[in-house]
Design a protein around this ligand. Structure first.
Ligand code: OAD
Ligand code: ZN
Length: 326
């Protein structure tokens, strides 16, 4: 921990890349997916699913939308759950100009609510601020979708083709947002350090990021979910407690209360910056590039659940890398 604080303080870690998952939001009261006993996938009996990931499966949604609709009602951002100390730590990184980018797998919108700027945030598995029909793919009025799900507890219907509408959360088999691919390619060679926080690294392509970077990695997690390479650090345990310790070493005060301008933010940015605006933000990003380094190719990958053992997979990646080098 002291070592990490030192790297940040002495300017060696000034372009910090963050990869996070459900473990950074358990402190807010949102269960993660895979923790035995408490994770969502162990507590889905009420939804009567054939297998846990069916809740994020388009074909299943087309047949039985109720499970996801009920989860969406509970999770809908900005209603019940508030950002955690970890989210506010990430916000401080952004404020201090130390944040290269956050790649979050979370759909709870807490990074957004903590005030992390749009251009620093990639919501890899989507969000609830826009929505579309699963059949004709036309965009829907998300205020109406929210009302239908949260208040009426019904499945929203497409006004064009009568198909089911869902918030733009990335289901299994769907592609990640274009921004994920375009920004990751630029960010990988620039990162001074990668913070991996609260994720089991079970879902590709996000889970591949730790193997892509050349820089050192710091794992903030309850479990050792990746191989610790020489120079990496593993800060085992609750990420909020560890982040609080780190912030205190750095002399940073973590905001713990909700930003009082959240509502304005929701109205201002959120009901959503349109696609065109986001593209412009990403273009501006191109401007401050110019760092050398080989760009990592990331093909347009869809979201999949990885069944393999992470350790084996890491070894396999190493072998492939060695083979391609030789
Ligand atoms: P998982 O539930 O798979 O993993 C959460 C990880 O965080 C586990 O390793 C936990 O041990 C750890 N953890 C939990 N609470 C923690 C805490 N307070 N401090 C530190 N570590 C903690 O969640 P993800 O890796 O995010 O897809 O799951 C990836 C994707 O699988 C999700 O994005 C979701 C799901 O299908 C969606 O699209 C919604
Ligand atoms: Zn439609």
């Amino acid at each position: 921990m002291e070592e990490l604080a030192e790297l940040i303080q002495n300017g060696q870690a000034k372009r910090i890349l963050v990869l996070c998952g459900a473990g950074i939001s358990t402190g807010a009261g949102i269960p993660d997916f895979r923790s035995p006993g408490t994770g969502l996938y162990d507590n889905l009996s009420k939804y009567n699913l054939p297998y846990p990931e069916a809740i994020f499966d388009v074909d299943y949604y087309r047949k039985k939308p109720d499970a996801f609709v009920s989860l969406a009602k509970e999770l809908w951002p900005g209603i019940v759950f508030k950002p955690t100390p970890t989210h506010y730590f990430l916000k401080i990184l952004a404020d201090k100009g130390l944040l290269l980018r956050i790649y979050t797998q979370n759909i709870d919108g807490l990074e957004f609510l903590a005030g992390i700027p749009d251009d620093k945030l990639v919501e890899c598995h989507g969000h609830f601020r826009t929505s579309a029909c699963i059949d004709c793919h036309k965009a829907s009025d998300t205020e109406r979708v929210k009302e239908t799900i949260v208040q009426e507890m019904e499945t929203p219907i497409c006004i064009y083709c009568r198909g089911y509408v869902k918030p733009d959360v990335v289901f299994f088999g769907e592609n990640l947002p274009d921004r994920f691919h375009s920004l990751l390619k630029k960010d990988i060679p620039k990162a001074d350090i990668l913070l991996v926080m609260g994720t089991s690294l079970q879902v590709a392509p996000v889970s591949l990021i730790p193997d892509m970077v050349r820089c050192n990695r710091v794992l903030f997690n309850r479990d050792k979910v990746m191989t610790i390479r020489p120079g990496d650090m593993f800060l085992q345990g609750d990420c909020d407690s560890n982040v609080e310790k780190l912030a205190s070493l750095l002399g940073w005060a973590l905001q713990t209360e909700e930003l009082n301008d959240n509502e304005e933010r929701e109205e201002g940015r959120g009901v959503e910056r349109n696609q065109e605006e986001m593209k412009n933000i990403d273009k501006e990003d191109d401007g401050n590039e110019g760092e050398g380094g080989k760009e990592t190719e990331v093909a347009n990958l869809e979201k999949i659940h990885i069944e393999t053992n992470k350790q084996e997979e890491t070894n396999e990646n190493q072998k492939q890398e060695d083979a391609s080098k030789g």
